[in-house]
Ligand binder design. Structure first.
Ligand code: FAD
Length: 369
C-alpha cells in the first residue's frame, strides 16, 4: 500500500483541478512542481501591488456556465472585457477587426460599404486555392487588413515569412460588421479579483504541495510514493526524447516598472510592424482596474524554442504531429500514469478547456474506483 493515491506532477490548472477533485472524493494527493511556485503558466508575480502575468497575459473566457461557476466558487471574477489595440506605424486600430477598425482604416461608416470593399479586395487578389498563410488571409479579409494588421505580427510570432507558413494557422479571421471591440464572443469573461494565484490557492487548499521538485531529478523515488501518477509535463521528456523533440515556439518577456500611473491606457497593444521586435506591450494593472501610483509594462518577444527555454506554443505541423503520435502510443500503454494538460497532450488549451479536460478525466477515472 503506497502513501498517496495520486502523485500529481505539475501544479498548473490541470494538476490543481485534478488534485482538488480527487481530494474531494477522499483520495490522498500530493502535488509537485519543478518551479518555485504553483499555478503553472497562470501564475502572477506581485510588484508594487500589481499582479504581473509572468508567463503572458491571461484572460478567462468561456461559454460554459458550469466552468464559470466552478472557477467563481474559488475566487470572484471581475468584469474585465478584453479589447486590445493594434499599433501600426504609430496609428492605433481597434481589435478584433470590427467597424471601429474599418472606420480607422478607410474612414467608412457603412457596414454594407465595408463588406463590399473587402469583397473587392478578395476578388482582386484572386487566390482561389490558398497554399500558404498569406494567400489564406488575403482570401478571407483582403489586402489592407492583411498588410497592416496581420502580416508583420504573424511573421514575428512564428519567426517565418507568411508565404512559408501553412494555411491552417489562420483557420478563422472573424470580420465583425458592428462597432464592437469585445475580443471574445463568449458569454462569461473576467479576471480573478486579486489575481490568478487566488484561484490556484483555492484549488490546492489543504493539499500537500512541494515546489522546486523536478520529477525527473528523482523519478524512481517519487514514483514509489503513489499508486498512480498524473503527469502534466512535456510528453517527450517523459520518454527521454527517444523519438526526438516535440517543437514549440517560445517567448521572452521584458518587464519594466514605471513611476507613472498609466502608460498606455489599455491592457494590451499589439505591434503589427515587422521592424518592431516585440509583438505586444502588456500593462498589467488594467486587468484589475488598478489604481496604484506606478505601473508595470511587459514587452513580449517571440523566439525560437530550444531545450532549456520555456515551451509555449506547440508547433502542430506534420513532423511534430507524427512524433507526438509515436509518443502518444507509448502513453496509451501506461497503466499507472495519466497524461493531461497542454504539455503532456502537446496541445494548445485555453484555461476553460484545460479545466474541462481535467474534470472529464476525473469523472472517467472515478467510475473505475
Ligand atoms: P501549465 O500551466 O504549463 O502547468 C504545467 C506545470 O507542470 C508547470 O507548472 C510546470 O512547471 C510543471 N512541470 C512540468 N514538468 C515538470 C517536472 N518534470 N516536474 C515537476 N513539475 C513539472 N488561456 C486562456 O484561457 N486565456 C488566455 O488569455 C490565455 N493566454 C495565454 C497566453 C500565453 C502566452 C500562453 C502560452 C497561454 C495562454 N493561455 C490562455 C493558455 C493557458 O496558459 C493554459 O490553458 C494553461 O496554463 C494550461 O495549464 P496546464 O496545467 O496544462 O499547464
Amino acid at each position: 500500500m503506497k502513501e498517496y493515491d495520486f502523485l500529481i506532477v505539475g501544479s498548473g490548472l490541470y494538476g490543481a483541478v485534478f488534485a482538488r477533485e480527487m481530494t474531494n472524493l477522499g483520495k490522498k494527493c500530493i502535488v509537485i512542481d519543478k518551479r518555485s511556485h504553483t499555478g503553472g503558466n497562470i501564475y502572477c508575480e506581485n510588484t508594487e501591488g500589481i499582479n504581473i502575468h509572468k508567463y503572458g497575459p491571461h484572460i478567462f473566457h468561456t461559454n460554459d456556465k458550469k466552468i464559470w461557476d466552478y472557477v467563481n466558487s474559488y475566487v470572484e471574477f471581475n468584469n474585465f472585457i478584453y479589447s486590445p489595440l493594434a499599433n501600426y506605424k504609430e496609428s492605433l486600430y481597434n481589435l478584433p477587426f470590427n467597424m471601429n477598425t474599418f472606420y480607422q482604416l478607410w474612414n467608412i461608416k457603412s457596414p454594407v460599404e465595408v463588406a463590399e470593399k473587402i469583397k473587392n479586395q478578395v476578388e482582386i487578389a484572386g487566390c482561389i486555392k490558398p497554399s500558404n498563410l498569406e494567400e489564406q488571409a488575403i482570401n478571407m479579409v483582403g489586402k489592407d487588413i492583411y498588410e497592416i494588421l496581420i502580416k508583420g505580427y504573424t511573421e514575428k510570432q512564428w519567426g517565418r515569412k507568411a508565404i512559408d507558413l501553412p494555411t491552417f494557422i489562420i483557420k478563422r479571421l472573424p470580420v465583425r460588421l458592428t462597432f464592437d471591440n469585445n475580443y471574445f464572443t463568449d458569454k462569461y469573461q473576467g479576471i480573478p479579483i486579486g489575481g490568478y494565484n487566488k484561484l490556484i490557492e483555492g484549488l490546492l487548499a489543504g493539499i500537500e504541495v512541494r515546489t522546486g521538485v523536478d520529477f525527473f531529478k528523482d523519478r524512481y523515488e517519487l514514483s514509489k510514493l503513489a499508486n498512480r501518477i498524473v503527469y502534466t509535463g512535456k510528453l517527450d521528456e517523459f520518454y527521454n526524447y527517444k523519438f526526438g523533440y516535440l517543437e514549440y515556439r517560445s517567448l521572452r518577456f521584458e518587464h519594466e516598472y514605471m513611476n507613472i500611473p498609466n502608460y498606455q491606457g489599455v491592457s494590451v497593444i499589439n505591434f503589427t510592424e515587422k521592424t518592431i521586435p516585440y509583438t505586444r506591450i502588456i500593462e498589467h494593472k488594467h486587468f484589475e482596474f488598478g489604481k496604484q501610483t506606478g505601473t508595470v509594462i511587459t514587452k513580449e518577444y517571440p523566439q525560437e524554442w530550444k531545450p532549456g527555454l520555456e515551451a509555449y506554443y506547440p508547433i502542430n505541423d506534420v513532423n511534430n504531429t507524427n512524433r507526438f503520435g509515436q509518443y502518444n502510443e507509448l502513453a496509451k500503454s501506461e497503466r499507472h500514469v495519466i497524461f493531461g494538460g497542454r504539455l503532456a497532450e502537446y496541445k494548445y488549451y485555453d484555461m476553460h478547456q484545460v479545466i474541462a479536460a481535467a474534470l472529464t478525466k476525473v469523472k472517467t477515472i472515478k467510475d473505475t474506483f
